[in-house]
Design a protein around this ligand. Structure first.
Ligand code: ATP
Ligand code: MG
Length: 231
């Protein structure tokens, strides 16, 4: 069988040192297979975002290993690490993290700029992605002037523009009303089902979690279960 796309092996993450030391992950092991949709669930402070940051190579574990398609990611550093992250992952966050005064197109094509893609190709791919997200009419708008749902669709377009294998989403519907949130859920799950992009989503939303293939539940830095079916 093929390597899992991501394998987490006994991952620990400790913040701070001395008396301020806090162990946010206490030994977390699981596999994620290519094309799966995974919900990460748990109470506030349980370690969900910490786990996502470690899986997405935004932060290194204190001990333990993250394997990306069989490669020990602790061997990736500097530019190679940045390039792997930029080429393999797309990110969607609760707070959108758009550049407010830049245009929608410039926000969406930022990962391509970082990757060194030229202006014309950036524009072509940016427009194609905006069309996919039904945002073509907003191309020239400043990001700050969009509705919450539109902002999150721009963030999804930015996550998609580099054809990622994996999308990481941390509470992607957390700042949206339920109707707008449901539309964003449909888009993310559609990308998983139709384009085969592996989806790893941190959420408090039971409906979204139930629609994923698998749920990983965290309590106090430990994985509780690895449920294949909705609880
Ligand atoms: N940079 C940091 N320094 C110190 N402690 C941190 C840091 N980041 C997170 N923590 C602590 O680690 C624990 C896990 O935090 P994390 O952000 O992963 O929780 P979470 O499950 O995502 O919570 P929420 O649902 O509120 O987003 C918390 O107790 C938090 O206070
Ligand atoms: Mg969090």
């Amino acid at each position: 069988m093929r390597d899992p796309i991501i394998r987490s092996v006994d991952v620990h993450k400790t913040y701070g040192r001395g008396h301020g030391r806090f162990e946010a992950l206490k030994g977390v092991s699981f596999d994620i297979h290519d094309g799966e949709s995974i919900a990460i669930l748990g109470k506030s402070g349980s370690g969900k975002s910490t786990l996502m940051h470690v899986l997405a190579l935004l932060d290194a574990p204190t001990s333990g290993t993250i394997l990306l398609e069989g490669v020990d990611t602790s061997t990736l550093q500097g530019r190679r690490l940045n390039r792997t992250r930029n080429e393999t992952f797309g990110f969607v966050f609760q707070q959108f993290f758009l550049t407010p005064n830049a245009s929608v197109l410039d926000n969406v094509t930022l990962p391509l700029k970082i990757a060194g893609v030229g202006t014309a190709e950036r524009r072509r791919r940016g427009l194609a992605t905006l069309e996919q997200l039904e945002l073509l009419d907003k191309t020239k708008n400043k990001a700050v002037n969009l509705s919450g749902g539109q902002k999150q669709r721009v963030a999804i377009a930015r996550a998609l523009v580099n054809n990622p294998r994996i999308i990481f989403a941390d509470e992607p519907t957390g700042n949206l009303d339920s109707k707008t949130g449901a539309a964003v859920e449909d888009i993310l799950l559609g990308l998983n089902r139709e384009n085969g992009i592996t989806l790893i989503v941190v959420t408090h939303d039971d409906d979204l979690a139930a629609r994923c293939d698998r749920r990983l539940r965290i309590r106090d830095g430990l994985l509780l279960e690895d449920a294949g079916v909705a609880a």
